[in-house]
Structures are given as structure tokens and as C-alpha cells.
Design a protein around this ligand. Structure first.
Ligand SMILES: *Cc1c(COP(=O)(O)O)cnc(C)c1O
Length: 395
């Protein structure tokens, strides 16, 4: 295996000189046979770890039956998955897409459509500073990432930004043109910042009073990641629209837009897409869903989440850091300086086994392991972290 031919790929990000060859559960193996404990899992995507049996079986079985009859026809897995998602949530109807950004584009379109039908053409969607909703033009405009307002200007219009966990900043932005408020229940890319339960409840009450929609982007937080099947359930509220991505496919391209009946207002021709609801991916979605819902699975997620939370807190206390935060198995450790990228690098270079981590901010380490990571692997991660902190930060 050679790195020379990487020049054929557009140079869109800094990548280490590694070519990953295979994966199993929480572990990845590179071109030299070195193994890495993976706390990224394709960016919170592989909820069942690498190459899990239920996905292998779903892909094998479905690929022998039917791969794509076209979105103009029904297929059984798309119906089965839609029914499962609706029966496990407060939503009534589903549209399947291929990526989180595409599901969010659908949410924007659906809210605007509802505004045209029910709110005299109101179209603005209030989103939040530091929010991340994807990389299409509209979802970049909806995002609140610093600098993104200038990148690829002009932006798509109609996405005023409020302050996260600050209900007054939302109130101040609502006008006749406002059709919805949209947020991540935990800001993932923004640095693993949970919305407080109180804030989620205030948002639900405010949007109801003003007759506008509440949309949750659960692309990162949904499908068990936060210790309940969906993160909105932790706040005991019911949003009007939800998007799912990442974990819903366990590693394959699949996403979903869900809505309550009263908001599910697309007319024929408004929404579509060549691959929407294709049976190969939705069959995987069914296999992932059934695994998450199996007896004891979510209990295991909550146990590992507690282990990770306590372990990180212990490290924080030992090293005098600023604590840990998150929900379920989406967590972060807040360091006392801007050396998180150095730890990420050192962790990857560690031998004999490497450790794959992420630093969404220079003082922050993020953890998004497989939901079925073993107790032993999680302990190994925590022991490695302690070593790495000692090396990089020094005693
Ligand atoms: C990753 C992510 C997206 C974008 O998903 P893609 O599949 O990369 O398009 C959108 N919203 C949130 C909250 C995400 O974490």
C-alpha cells in the first residue's frame, strides 16, 4: 500500500500517513498491522462499532434480494424502518435521505412549506451560535460556526442566530417572518455542549405560544448516543420535526427527516432524491434499530456512559482540569490549556496500540465510542489518557 497516490484525492483536510485496512468492533488496523482503539467511530457514526454482524448480515441478505427499485416505488425495508422510527418516537411520518446535511435541508424546506401554508409565508428559522448542521450551502448558513458567514458568500438568507441556553436571546429574534427554532440537543461539533433540560422546555413552551415549530437536529445525538433513543426524550418534550443521521446507518449513508402529521405538509414534487429510502441502506437501518432496541442494549450504553463520565471526572480531578460534560456516550474532557491537538497526535502515535481521539477545540477532547464498547476497552482508553496527559502536559 502506497501513500504516493493520495495526490489523486482533493486535498480537503490534513490526514495522517495511515491507510486503514480493516476494523472490528472498537478496533481499527492500519497498513502496517498496528491496532488502534477507536473513540471516534467514523464521527459518532458506527454506533455498533466496526463491521458489526447485524450490518454484515443485512447488507448480504438485502443485496441478494434488491438493491434499488427507485424511489418511485415502495420497498419493504423503507416501510419497516419508517414504522419502527415512528413507533419509538413522537413522530408520524419519515422521509429518508443519505446524509445529515440532506436531512437538515429537508427540515428547512418542510418548515418553509409549513410557513407558506399556515403562517403567511414566514420562513426564518432561528438557530444558534456554534451550531453545526452540515456542509451544503443552506445548512452552512443555518450553522453558527465562526467564519462560515463569509465562506462561500453570499449565505442563504433567513437564519438569525440566538445564544444557546439563553431563552431571552431567542425571544428577541422572533418576528412575523419566524417559522421555527432549530437546535442540536447537544452541540457536538461546537464542543459537546448540552442544552439544559430547562432550556429545551422553555423552547417548547415559547414556540408553542408563538405558533412556530421546534426542530431538533439529532444527527449526532440520536439513535442511542445520549443514553436514550433520542436526546429530546431526556427533556420530556415533543418537538415538531427531527432529523437523524450518523448512527441511524451504523456506518452506511442513511439519514432521516421525521415530522408530526400536522407538519408533514410536502406536496408531490416538493421533496425527493435518487437514493431516498433505498432498500440496501434502510435494511441496514432496520438491523441497527433492532440491535439498539434489543433487551439490555440501552442499559449497557448508560453503564458505559457512567463509566466514561466517572473516569473523565477522575482524570479532571487528578490533573486539575475543568471537568467533563456531555450526555450518554457523547462526552468531552475540558483541559487546562490548548494542548488537546497534541494529545490527539500522541495518542495516535502511541505504541504498541494507538488511540484515536478528537479535539473539536484546542482545550477539549471529545469521545464518541461505539455504543457497545466493552468495559475493558473503555478502561484501557482511560489508562492511556492518563499516560498521555502526563507526557504532553508534564507533571
Ligand atoms: C454530522 C452532523 C451533521 C451533518 O451530517 P453529514 O452526514 O455530514 O451531512 C448535521 N448535524 C449535526 C448535528 C451533525 O453532527
Amino acid at each position: 500500500m502506497s501513500l504516493a497516490d493520495t495526490n489523486y484525492l482533493m486535498d480537503i483536510t490534513t490526514r495522517p500517513d495511515l491507510i486503514f485496512k480493516k476494523g472490528e468492533g472498537s478496533w481499527l488496523e492500519d497498513q502496517h498491522g498496528k491496532r488502534y482503539l477507536d473513540m471516534l467511530q467514523g464521527w459518532a457514526v458506527n454506533c455498533l462499532g466496526h463491521n458489526p454482524q447485524p450490518i454484515i448480515e443485512a447488507l448480504t441478505t438485502q443485496s441478494h434480494l434488491l438493491i434499488n427499485p427507485s424511489p418511485a416505488f415502495y420497498n419493504q425495508p423503507m416501510i419497516d424502518l419508517a414504522k419502527r422510527l415512528c413507533s419509538a418516537s413522537c413522530f408520524d411520518q419519515v422521509f429518508f435521505a443519505n446524509s445529515g446535511a440532506e436531512a437538515n435541508e429537508g427540515a428547512i424546506k418542510l418548515a418553509r412549506k409549513w410557513g407558506q401554508k399556515h403562517r403567511q409565508g414566514a420562513y426564518k428559522i432561528i438557530s444558534f451560535e456554534h451550531a453545526f448542521h452540515g456542509r451544503t450551502l443552506a445548512t452552512m448558513s443555518l450553522s453558527g460556526k465562526a467564519g462560515w458567514d463569509k465562506l462561500f458568500a453570499p449565505q442563504v438568507d433567513g437564519f438569525p442566530k440566538a445564544k444557546y441556553n439563553d431563552i431571552d436571546s431567542v425571544k428577541a429574534l422572533i418576528d412575523e417572518q419566524t417559522v421555527a427554532v432549530m437546535l442540536e440537543p447537544v452541540q457536538g461539533e461546537g464542543g459537546v455542549i448540552p442544552a439544559s433540560r430547562e432550556f429545551m422546555q422553555q423552547l417548547r413552551q415559547l414556540t408553542e405560544e408563538r405558533g412556530i415549530l421546534l426542530i431538533v437536529d439529532e444527527v449526532q445525538t440520536g439513535m442511542g448516543r445520549c443514553g436514550s433513543l433520542f436526546a429530546y426524550q431526556l427533556a420530556e418534550i415533543e418537538p415538531d420535526i427531527m432529523t437523524l443521521g450518523k448512527g441511524i446507518g451504523g456506518g452506511v449513508p442513511l439519514s432521516a427527516l421525521l415530522a408530526k402529521t400536522s407538519v408533514s405538509v410536502f406536496d408531490h414534487g416538493d421533496q425527493g432524491g435518487t437514493y431516498n429510502g433505498n432498500p440496501l441502506m434502510t435494511a441496514v437501518g432496520v438491523a441497527v434499530f433492532d440491535t439498539l432496541m434489543a433487551d439490555g442494549f440501552m442499559d449497557g450504553v448508560r453503564e458505559r456512559a457512567q463509566q466514561l463520565s466517572e473516569g473523565l471526572l477522575k482524570l479532571s480531578d487528578k490533573w486539575g482540569f475543568k471537568g467533563e460534560r456531555g450526555e450518554g456516550l457523547l462526552r468531552s474532557l475540558v483541559l487546562d490549556g490548548e494542548y488537546a491537538p497534541a494529545i490527539v497526535e500522541q495518542a495516535r502515535n502511541r505504541s504498541p496500540e494507538g488511540l484515536l481521539l478528537n479535539a473539536p477545540r484546542p482545550n477539549l477532547l471529545r469521545f464518541m465510542p461505539a455504543l457497545n464498547i466493552s468495559k475493558e476497552d473503555l478502561d484501557f482508553c482511560l489508562v492511556c489518557l492518563d499516560e498521555l496527559i502526563a507526557q504532553v502536559r508534564g507533571a
